[in-house]
Ligand binder design. Structure first.
Ligand SMILES: Cc1ncc(COP(=O)(O)O)c(C=O)c1O
Ligand SMILES: NCC(=O)CCC(=O)O
Length: 476
C-alpha cells in the first residue's frame, strides 16, 4: 500500500526532527495516529498536505482569536515586513503596543475598548464572586510598565527572576497541573505536554533548581497558608495560571486568586498571574479583567504584582510580555540589577501583528467568542449525554474542555483520575469528520471569532459518531 502524503511527511520529519515535531504537544502522543501536517489556514479552517480542510478548535493553541490569516493582521504584517524585518533598536510600535495593553487592563478593562463596561460574562466553574454589586473601586493599573519578549516561556522565566531579584528571596510556589512554559524552575508537575505524556517533570533540571520550587495542589488555600507558615519569609513569589487551562480547563475557586494575592502580600512575596493563555482571549483585559470586575467593591481587590502575556498579544507571531508594578519592573536592566535581553524582543513584524490583533478584537469579537464557546460546549455535552458518557464541561470564560468524570475536577489529581481513555476515539472520530481538536484531554479547546454557521454545522454534525466512539471505548 502506498503511504499517504501525510505519512510520508511525518516519516521524513522524524529523520531530522526529534519525534517529527518541534513541540511535543503536536505529537499525537496520547491519542495515537499520525499528526497532520498543515500547509495553510484561513478563517475557521486549517488545511493539511493532502488538501483536507478541518474546522479548527486549536487555533494555534490560542493566538488566533480572530481566525486564521485575518486580513487586517496579514496586511499589518506585510506592511511592517516591507519596512524591515528586525532592527535591533527601539521602534515606535513597541511603545504603541505597551500603551494598548496598559489601556486594556486599566480599571478592570473598563477602558481600552472605549465602551461596554465590565460586561456580564460568566466566568464558569463557580468563580462568580458574591453578589457582583456595582462597579469595583478604582485600582492601580496592574500593568504600569511592560517589557516585550518573544515567548511565554521567556515571560514567566523573567518574571520569576525579577521576583527573586526584587525580594531577595529564592523560593517559588506553583500549582500542580499548571504550565508556565519550559524553563527549569517551572517544569515540576506541570500540565500541558507533561500531563499528556505523564511526565512528572523533566530530566536535565538540577535537584537544586527543583528544590526551589514548591508545588501545591490547585484551589487549596489551606495548602498555600501552610506553605507560607513554614517557608513564608523565603518565598519570592507565587505563580499561578489566571485560570488553569493546561490540565484541561479548571477555573479558580471563588476568591482563590484574591486570597493568593492577600497571602503573598502578607508575607512580602509577589503574586505573578500567568495570562499567557487567558490574556486578551477570555476578555479584553484577560482573566484579570473578568474576575476583578466582579469583585465586590469593598471586599479588597486582587492585585497581581506581575502579569505575563503571550499568544494573542502576538497575533500568531512570536511575541510575549511581562508587565506589572512600576517599582518591580524598574528592577529590570538597564534601570535595575535583574538582567533580561533578547535579539528579537519587540520584533517589529510581531509587534505589528499584535497591534492589529488587539485593535481588531473589539467587544463584538469577545461576544462572538463567548457565544461560539457556549454553542460548542453545549452541543458536545448533549452528544455525550445522549450516549450516556459521564462527563463534565469545564469552563473558564470562553475557554472550555471536557473531563470524563462525575464531579468537576478542581485539582490536578482529580483531573488525572478521569476516564481519559474516552478521549482518543472521540478525537479521531472528530478528525476523520474534518474537525481539528487539541490532541490531548489535558488541553483547552480554543474558539475563534471566524467560526460561523458552516464550521459550527460541521462540528455539530461530527458529534454523534464521536460521542458513540467515546461511549464504546474501554479502559486499557
Ligand atoms: C499559561 C501558559 N504560560 C506559559 C506558556 C508558555 O508559552 P510559550 O509556549 O509561548 O513559551 C503557555 C503555553 O504554552 C501557557 O499556556
Ligand atoms: N496548552 C499548551 C500550549 O499552549 C503549548 C503549546 C506548545 O507548547 O506547543
Amino acid at each position: 500500500m502506498n503511504a499517504s502524503a501525510n505519512d510520508t511527511q511525518f516519516a521524513r520529519a522524524r529523520q531530522s526532527i526529534p519525534g517529527g515535531v518541534n513541540s511535543p504537544v503536536r505529537a499525537f502522543g496520547s491519542v495515537g495516529g499520525t499528526p497532520r501536517f498543515m500547509v495553510s489556514a484561513q478563517g475557521a479552517y486549517v488545511t493539511d498536505v493532502e488538501g483536507h480542510r478541518y474546522a479548527d478548535l486549536v487555533n494555534s493553541w490560542g493566538p488566533a482569536i480572530l481566525g486564521h490569516a485575518h486580513p487586517a493582521v496579514v496586511a499589518a504584517v506585510q506592511e511592517a515586513a516591507a519596512r524591515g524585518l528586525s532592527f535591533g533598536a527601539s521602534t515606535p510600535g513597541e511603545t504603541e503596543l505597551a500603551e494598548l495593553v496598559r489601556g486594556r487592563v486599566n480599571n478592570h478593562g473598563r477602558e481600552g475598548l472605549g465602551s461596554g463596561g465590565p460586561g456580564g460574562v460568566g466566568l464558569g466553574g463557580g468563580v462568580r464572586s458574591d453578589g457582583a454589586v456595582g462597579l469595583p473601586k478604582e485600582t492601580r493599573n496592574p500593568v504600569e510598565k511592560i517589557r516585550l519578549v518573544s515567548t511565554g516561556t521567556e515571560a514567566t522565566m523573567t518574571a520569576i527572576r525579577l521576583a527573586r531579584g526584587f525580594t531577595g528571596r529564592e523560593l517559588l510556589i506553583k500549582f500542580a497541573g499548571h504550565y508556565h512554559g519550559h524553563s527549569d524552575a517551572l517544569l515540576a508537575e506541570a500540565g500541558s505536554g507533561l500531563a499528556t505524556l505523564a511526565m512528572p517533570g523533566s530530566a536535565g533540571v538540577t535537584a537544586a533548581t527543583a528544590a526551589q520550587t514548591l508545588v501545591l495542589p490547585y484551589n487549596d488555600l489551606d495548602a498555600v497558608r501552610l506553605a507560607f507558615e513554614e517557608h513564608g519569609h523565603n518565598v519570592a513569589a507565587i505563580i499561578v495560571e489566571a485560570a488553569a487551562a493546561n490540565m484541561g480547563v479548571v477555573a479558580p475557586a471563588r476568591g482563590f486568586n484574591r486570597a493568593l494575592s492577600q497571602i503573598a502580600h502578607e508575607f512580602g512575596a509577589l503574586l505573578i498571574i500567568d495570562e499567557v493563555l487567558t490574556g486578551f482571549r477570555v476578555g479584553p483585559a484577560g482573566w484579570w479583567g473578568l474576575e476583578s470586575s466582579l469583585v465586590v467593591p469593598d471586599g479588597g481587590g486582587w492585585e497581581p504584582d506581575l502579569i505575563t502575556y503571550g499568544k494573542v498579544i502576538g497575533g500568531g507571531l512570536p511575541l510575549a510580555a511581562l508587565g506589572g508594578r512600576a517599582d518591580v519592573m524598574d528592577f529590570l536592566a538597564p534601570l535595575g540589577p535583574v538582567y533580561q535581553a533578547g535579539t528579537l524582543s519587540g520584533n517589529p513584524v510581531a509587534v505589528a501583528a499584535g497591534i492589529a490583533t488587539l485593535r481588531a478584537a473589539d467587544r463584538s469579537v469577545y461576544d462572538r467568542l463567548d457565544a461560539t464557546a457556549d454553542t460548542i460546549a453545549s452541543e458536545v455535552s448533549a452528544a455525550l449525554s445522549t450516549e450516556g458518557v459521564e462527563h463534565v464541561v469545564q469552563r473558564a470564560g470562553n475557554l472550555f474542555s471536557f473531563a470524563f468524570t462525575a464531579e468537576p475536577p478542581r485539582t490536578y489529581d482529580q483531573v488525572r483520575a478521569q476516564q481519559a481513555f474516552r478521549y482518543p476515539p472521540f478525537f479521531h472520530a472528530m478528525l476523520d469528520a474534518g474537525v481539528s481538536l487539541p490532541p490531548s484531554v489535558f488541553e483547552a479547546w480554543f474558539v475563534s471569532a471566524a467560526h460561523n454557521g458552516e464550521s459550527l454545522g460541521q462540528i455539530v454534525a461530527a458529534l454523534p459518531a464521536a460521542a458513540k466512539a467515546a461511549a464504546a471505548a474501554s479502559a486499557p
